[in-house]
Design a protein. Structure first.
Length: 154
């Protein structure tokens, strides 16, 4: 089923050059997320799977772009897997129902000013907007962190 979901929706295959590897990684992760979100429990269905052998040319192309940007193949694979797993986790969380006992956490946070402030921000975003904004924030941290590591290794 996971292969079918990917075949139908994740069509993010365009020519990429090493100079725009960051843009590619952002758009690829966003497309992957949109694909999983388009199916009920798409994240759960995809969790624990690996790329199919038929998709290895695509994987090779992704790794080649990152290697062309200066990464070692192993680092490129770590980044690709980390972003994929992060995306799946975000989709699973986003497709879950909000916790039923939110008020208890909100009340308990009253004694913790920084946590209370953070939870208020979380609540004010709304369920879907929160997951969209925080997905983007985490994705940016991973990709920019990889760029920083790449620049330090150079």
């Amino acid at each position: 089923m996971a292969e079918e979901i990917m075949a139908r929706g994740h069509t993010h295959d365009w020519p990429v050059v090493p100079e725009n590897w960051r843009d590619f990684m952002f758009e690829n992760a966003r497309d992957f997320r949109r694909t999983l979100l388009s199916y009920r429990d798409g994240g759960r269905v995809h969790a624990g799977t690996e790329t199919s052998p038929q998709d290895l040319p695509n994987v090779e192309a992704h790794i080649a772009v990152l290697v062309g940007a200066g990464m070692e193949a192993e680092f490129a694979m770590e980044l690709l897997v980390a972003i994929a797993r992060y995306t799946v986790g975000c989709v699973i969380e986003g497709q879950a129902e909000p916790p039923p006992e939110r008020e208890k956490l909100d009340a308990a946070a009253a004694d913790f000013p920084l946590t209370r402030r953070a939870i208020t921000h979380y609540r004010n975003c709304g369920h879907e907007a929160f997951f969209e904004a925080f997905f983007e924030a985490g994705l940016r941290m991973m990709i920019e962190g990889a760029a920083l590591r790449l620049s330090q290794d150079a």
